[in-house]
Each structure stands twice: as structure tokens, then as C-alpha cells.
Design a protein around this ligand. Sequence first.
Ligand code: NAD
Length: 468
Amino acid sequence: MNTNMLINGIQVQGAADTFEVLNPANEQVIATVASASVEQVNQAIQAAAQAFKTWQFISDEEINTIFTKIVADIRHEQSEIARLITLEQGKPLALAQFEVEAGANWIEYILSLNIPVETIDDPSGKTIQVFNRPLGVIASITPWNWPFMIVIWHLFPALKAKNCIVNKPSEYTPLSTIKLIEIMNRHLPQGVCNIVLGQGGVGQALSEHPDVAKVTFTGSTRTGQSILSHSVASLKGVVLELGGNDIGIVLNDVDVNEIAPRIFGSAFLNMGQTCAALKRLYVHEDVYDQLTQKLAELADAQVVGDGLDENTTFGPIQNRMQYQKVKSLIDDAVAQGGEIITQQNQETEKGYYIRPTLVTNVNAGIALVDEEQFGPVLPIVKFSQVEDAIYAANHTSFGLGGSVWSKDLEQAQQISSRLETGTVWINSHSDLSPAAPFGGWKLSGLGYSFGLSGLLLFTKKQAIHITK
Ligand code: NAD
């Protein structure tokens, strides 16, 4: 298994301490990885800065040719990559295959975008052209939930905007990112895309470096705040995609059989370890019993087990810390009167398994409702007045996404306009589009990724005033 970093096109072992990567299905060590030393982080940044001198002038056609070759290699090696994702992350193989294919499709969408040049006619008669120029070296720091997809979200818009990159993947799931960056380096000039490995300290050394023009980070709000505070000295830009506590508001006119699989699919997508998963469900009292029963049937039908087993539909949680956090949120909710309406786990000796769990008889004020669980448990709250659900939706420091479920699209749109979140879905949730801006309000983030706004995050403006 490849555990090398890639600096300036050359595979190198880390020179600092080592850490282990575990398979969450059985807690066996699948790789021992050596971390980057601070000197190696500096080398990677220098390599990117050197490569930027020429990469910034590459033509759009050349970039698109390179991206097309990368996509072809990803598709060719899809099975191998998917297996790596399942081994290190835990998700069932079919979902890992989806992650790889969706990643390839995402790159193709980025490839189709063009960075605009704006022409302004000044009142005095002169013409002003506004160019979006690349920034330089981008530091990318990624989490463990969608390790292949999220790094694609970071790297390809930055490259398309003609920047060079150093990525640090999560220490829990570095292997599929190592593979991706190895594939990319088959086609990119040396130094354009580098990877360093390690834990939070390596991320900090990378993000604080004065030669990094911008940090793009996906992960917890706490780490995002730390990165932002360290960006002050060099005034570097920061893109933060952070946590969420997305609400789903179900009105009383829905067809329960139609929406239940969609709600279940979103709340438990990737075993609930998805930033924009539906994390608290507010259901009108008229349809509450019917919907909770249907969701419980869907939950109980899941086959929980090792993602490599072809019968498995529901894998383990990715790591012990998260497993314990989810378990303690469930225990706390039950201690406060919450009722579990789904089948419970048979404890296994190894592996971080929690069955998809629905908890009713809960309300705001209980941690499971107020905090981000980031795991396979969904609190369901009954309401009678939609105003109460809207109040609950906004009474949080998060603002990533939300959804409204109704046949009355006009009413759903009115409610959507009152939700304080970067994205609102009507009759779906977590349904991300590469074309639409995606970002969090409040403590859920800074900046809008995806679509053209996602490319422009990695540019700076230059206005050229032309006087004849
Ligand atoms: P995390 O913040 O613990 O770690 C994320 C990355 O940051 C890892 O690579 C880690 O090594 C690195 N890191 C840790 N400390 C650092 C520091 N001081 N400086 C620089 N880097 C540091 O997050 P996680 O546990 O890996 O991910 C789960 C969280 O991510 C959840 O809250 C989830 O909602 C969020 N998330 C958000 C999105 C989104 O798009 N909004 C997507 C996925 C995950």
C-alpha cells in the first residue's frame, strides 16, 4: 500500500513520527504512515511556488486535456480506489464506487467552466477590463467522511483557476487521497499538486505558512476557527466548509411513502457522516406517526456490517472518537426521556457499528437535537405550528442547509426564504449540485464553493484601465 507523500513530483516518505490507519470495520491496522516534518511541508510549498511560475500561464485547453486524462485514469482504476475508500473509511463498497464515479463527473463539470473576463464601460469613456488572476499556492486540508470526493472539490477548482496546491488529507483516511494525487501527478507538471501527510500539527504548519495565498478547509468548526485565527498575520484568504445541524421540516400535505426513502437516504447518507445530511427532523403532528413508522421500517431493513461484504448496506462509523460521541448522544437523549423506535445493536467485539437509530420524544434543549451528531442517529420532533419549526430551524449557531417537504411549492418556497442557511432543498436534502454555490452561514463556513463562485474563490481581481 502506497503511504508516500508526493513533493515536486517525487514520492517521499515522511521524516517525522508515524501514525496508524485503521479499518473501522475490524480495527485492524491497514497502514502505518510517516508524517511530514516541518521542513518537508516547507519543501512542498516551495515546490508549488516554483511550479506556479509557469502553471499560471498554462492555456485553458491544456488544463482541460490534463483533466480529461486524469478522469480517464480514475474511471479505469475505479474498483481499486473504491476498495481503498471502503477499507479506510468504512462505507459500503457500492457507496465507495459512487464516490469515485461522482468525483470523476465532478471534475468533468469543472472542466466545462470558464473564468470570465468582464468589460466595463467607464462613464468617462475609457474601457476597463477586469481579469480574475490566480492566487499562487493553495493549502487544502480535508476530512475523513468523503475522503475522495472532498479533495476533488478542493483541488480541481483551484487548479482550473491556475493555482498550485499542497494538500493534507485526514490522518484517518489518507490512502485514497494519496492514490488520487499519484494519478494526478502522472499528467500534471511536477510541483503543481503536492501532498503532505500527518495530523493536525502538519495541517497547522501548512495553513500558517506565509507563502500560502489561501487555505481551503473542510472539517470541524473548531479547526476552521483555529485556521482563520492563524491567517491574520499574512492576511491570507480562507475558505471554510464546516459543520451543520440541518433541519428537515415536513408539512402535513406530504405523501409519506414517497418522501420517507428520500428522508432516510439523506439523514443516513454515509452512515450520517455527511456535512449536509439531514440532522434533525421536524414533522407535523398529522403525519408524524405514519412517517416515523415508515422511517423505522427503512432503518430496520438495513444490513449493518463490513463495507467489503457485498450484503452490507450500512457500514461502521469511521473512527472510535466519533463512535463514542454518537453513542453518548443517544444515551443522553434516552436519559432525558427520548425513545428509540428502531432495532438496537448487537455489540460486536471489534468495529465501530451503530445501527441506524431514530429517537422520538425529544425536543430542543437536548444535545442530540441541538448539536451536530455526524453519525447514524436522527432525532424526530413533532410540531403543530410551522412557526415553531421555523424558529427551531434558525435557533442554532449553524447555517449549512435545511429542507422543506410539501406538495405546496409556494408555501415551501416562502418557508425556505425564512431559513437562515446557505442551501435549502424542497422535497429533497443533501442533493448537492456542482453548478450551485454551496457554503454555510453563521458558524457553518466562509465562502461559497462549487459552480463559478467556487472557481472565483481561487482568484484575485485585476482591473486594467485602457485609455486610447
Ligand atoms: P477536523 O476539523 O477534526 O479535521 C479536518 C482536517 O483538519 C484533518 O485533516 C485534520 O488533520 C486537520 N486539522 C486538525 N487540526 C488542525 C489545525 N489546528 N490546523 C490545521 N489543520 C488541522 O474535522 P473532521 O473530524 O475530520 O471532520 C468532521 C467535521 O467536518 C464535521 O463537523 C463535518 O460537518 C465537517 N464537514 C463539513 C463539510 C462541509 O462541506 N461543510 C464537509 C465534510 C465535513
